[in-house]
Design a protein around this ligand. Structure first.
Ligand SMILES: [Zn+2]
Length: 80
């Protein structure tokens, strides 16, 4: 059972992986430094350290599905 608080939606446009909004600084439409290959590896459970380009906050991603990224810590409610 995946804790909902640890999930964050993302979008993929071709080779680019975006998040509609940053969980830390609430900036919108952030292009992630994540390649489609890394996204595939994430889906296989290979962890990735992500540094958000907007605010330099770090995030450890532990999994993903076709709609959501899964982090090792709660993401929801951070920017509020
Ligand atoms: Zn940010």
């Amino acid at each position: 059972m995946i804790p909902f608080e640890h999930t964050w939606p993302y979008d993929r446009h071709g080779q680019d992986v975006f998040i509609p909004g940053c969980p830390f600084c609430s900036r919108e439409h952030i292009l992630l430094p994540l390649t489609p290959k890394e996204l595939d590896e994430l889906k296989e459970g290979i962890k990735k350290l992500l540094v958000l380009p907007c605010c330099r906050n770090r995030l450890t991603l532990v999994n993903a599905d076709s709609d959501y990224l899964l982090a090792n810590r709660p993401l929801r409610g951070l920017g509020e």
